[in-house]
Design a protein around this ligand. Structure first.
Ligand SMILES: [Zn+2]
Ligand SMILES: [Zn+2]
Length: 157
């Protein structure tokens, strides 16, 4: 994940052979700054207040994937989630953790994947979907103190 300035995002969209339209640049910046892959509806929640409707944002997500600027990171629970590809870095591929209880999907950039020596398989794994499924810390009850407090308050009222 990285913060992209508007100019950097425009440059990357141009370099991919696409027109740097407002929504396209905004979607790329949002994906690049997110710590986890985002679904279409999460993108709409974040950017949909402006002049861009759901369909426009969806078309631009697809365009970014076609232009190799974003990739489908996860399709757990029938929900497609997207993330930005980093600049020209083919070995960026990292596993994703998907929670089978709450459906949350998180990037695991620190989890190293040992790539096979065979160049064909290296290429395959560079954009393969690497997904680890289990129960996330929150669903295991290891909630943050604020989350705990919120639950307590709910029980009192
Ligand atoms: Zn969970
Ligand atoms: Zn990721």
């Amino acid at each position: 994940m990285q913060q992209l300035t508007r100019e950097e995002a425009r440059r990357r969209v141009h370099a991919a052979g696409l027109r740097a339209t407002g929504p396209r640049v905004a979607v790329l910046r949002l994906l690049a700054s997110s710590e986890r892959p985002l679904s279409h509806s999460e993108v709409t929640d974040a950017l949909g207040d402006g002049d861009w409707d759901k369909a426009t944002l969806y078309r631009n997500l697809i365009k970014l994937v076609e232009g190799n600027l974003a990739r489908v990171a996860s399709q757990v629970g029938g929900i497609t989630r997207y993330e930005a590809r980093s600049d020209g870095d083919e070995s960026h591929s990292h596993p994703h953790f998907a929670c089978r209880d709450c459906g949350a999907v998180k990037c695991l950039p620190d989890t190293a994947l040992t790539l096979p020596a065979d160049p064909h398989w290296r290429k395959v794994l560079a954009d393969a979907e690497l997904q680890i499924v289990g129960r996330c810390p929150a669903c295991r009850g290891l909630r943050s103190p604020t989350a705990k407090r919120r639950i307590k308050r709910k029980l009192v009222t």
